[in-house]
Ligand binder design. Structure first.
Ligand code: ATP
Ligand code: MG
Length: 441
């Protein structure tokens, strides 16, 4: 993409309304625009990142055996009346009426709809286990939408729902999602610590939130320092190996980690040596929850068991805040100059800077590399605008592409381009005809 033909409305100054760094940087880098409180348009740069995160989330759900569907954003109130949540949900639910005066709502979550879909599509115990998910916009009329996409009112969520015959089988479905989350966040370049979460009336150890450690997080967190020493990157696993999946979950839940809501000082002292007790703040990027027949029962989601008797199914739900992750990744990865995208989610891999746009030699060399990178399928954003070099460097640092290729008269004399690694600031002179190789080898 040529920047001269792109749409990336950069802001020079810090927008006043943005309290935290990710919100500031997303606005400054022209990734989003606010349309109403907690509601954003995704501009090209933001949209590319959102789609990349979504795709990684999707691949890891698929790998864990979940099956993708798509449910509407607007739901009928009927099912929510059956589950008893229509009134309980309160003001966070956006309620609307259609032309026939029928009560509808903009879905804040999908337990009711998916349970009804599943109920109507199955007959016997042979139809389970299944896990269905979708990646769809949600609306929650939050009291205080803030921090940009981190606490929006309209936001993109991946939500999966498992259906099993027994609670024991359901535990394996839960564990698979737990591992899928470890894998997903690792691929996003994040360390998201699983923490025990509130289970409400159900109790037990069947709910975890995944939190990215960041000063600007909304939750207080308390955890064992040993978490830092664990391997957060390699999670090769056979999802059908019930024991192996269980062991991995056991390993990542063996150390103390809790959000302020669940924190127990006495237990913390008993399980973690004083010098290993860490506390801080975290951003909730995922939440998994096994709740048994909470929705299956009122909605009649049952099958014929092996002995011919009806069995009410056991379920869990598994959410990931896809749009929140865009902000969360920036909170975890930025510096004074701007965003530093992990390669897996970067809007483009390479930023090509022509320092002297308009100069025949610089244009020719830059165009050639641009075309060659494109031909090899390397995602490249080419700053071909007639702007001073300094401004171009600042813009490229701000938008945070992992690699910069800088072409200017000085290097060209020796047939060289400068390649800069955004994260480490390491710079290297590379012969013009070797630049493409650097990103394809
Ligand atoms: P929170 O405690 O942050 O309000 P929640 O517990 O209400 O979140 P869940 O119902 O567990 O959220 O939703 C699943 C995931 O969706 C969360 O882990 C979070 O990443 C994301 N999410 C929830 N609310 C919002 C929001 N208002 N804006 C952006 N993402 C959100
Ligand atoms: Mg939650």
């Amino acid at each position: 993409m040529r920047l001269s033909q792109y749409f990336m409305p950069i802001l020079r100054d810090d927008p006043k309304e943005a309290e935290i760094i990710s919100h500031r940087l997303m606005l400054r880098a022209g990734m989003i625009r606010q349309e109403a409180a907690g509601s954003y348009s995704w501009l090209p740069m933001g949209f590319r990142v959102l789609k990349k995160i979504e795709q990684i989330v999707r691949e890891e759900q698929d790998r864990a055996g979940a099956i993708e569907v798509l449910m509407p954003t607007l739901q009928s109130a009927d099912l929510w009346k059956k589950s008893g949540r229509y009134d309980a949900y309160g003001k966070e639910m956006l309620r609307v009426k259609d032309r026939h005066d029928r009560e509808m709502l903009y879905g804040p979550t999908n337990e009711e709809v998916i349970t009804d879909i599943f109920r109507s599509g199955i007959q016997s115990y042979k139809d389970v286990p299944r896990n269905l998910y979708h990646i769809q916009w949600k609306f929650r009329d939050e009291v205080r939408p803030r921090f940009g996409v981190m606490r929006g009112r309209e936001f993109l969520m991946k939500d999966a729902y498992s259906f099993d015959l027994t609670a024991e089988a359901g535990q394996h479905s839960y564990n698979k999602m737990f591992v899928a989350y470890l894998r997903t966040f690792a691929r996003l370049g994040l360390k998201a610590v699983p923490m025990r979460a509130d289970t409400g009336p159900i109790g037990g150890d069947s709910s975890h939130e995944f939190l990215v450690l960041a000063e600007t997080g909304e939750s207080g967190v308390f955890f064992d320092k040993d978490f830092h020493a664990m391997d957060w990157e390699n999670f090769d696993i056979d999802y059908d190996d019930v024991g192996a999946v269980k062991n991995l979950v056991a390993e990542f839940t063996s150390k103390y980690a809790a959000t302020d809501e669940k924190h127990d000082v006495v237990e913390f002292d008993a399980r973690v040596a004083k010098d290993k007790q860490l506390s801080g703040r975290g951003i909730e990027v995922g939440h998994i929850f096994f709740f048994g027949d909470t929705y299956s029962k009122p909605l009649g989601c049952e099958v014929q068991g092996p002995d011919g008797k009806k069995v009410t199914l056991q379920s869990g739900s598994y959410g990931i805040g896809v749009s929140r992750l865009v902000g969360g990744i920036i909170e975890a990865s930025h510096d004074k100059g701007g965003i530093i995208w992990p390669e897996a989610v970067a809007p483009f891999k390479v930023g090509l800077i022509n320092i002297k746009a308009g100069d025949a030699e610089a244009d020719a060399a830059s165009d050639k590399i641009y075309k060659a990178l494109q031909a090899k399928g390397v995602e490249v954003l080419y700053d071909d605008r007639a702007q001073p070099g300094g401004a171009k460097f600042a813009t490229m640092d701000l938008i945070g592409l992992p690699w910069q290729v800088i072409i200017g008269p000085r290097g060209l004399k020796d047939g060289m381009a400068e390649v800069k690694h955004r994260k480490t600031d390491a710079r290297e002179n590379v012969a013009l005809d070797k630049v493409v190789e650097k990103f394809t080898a």
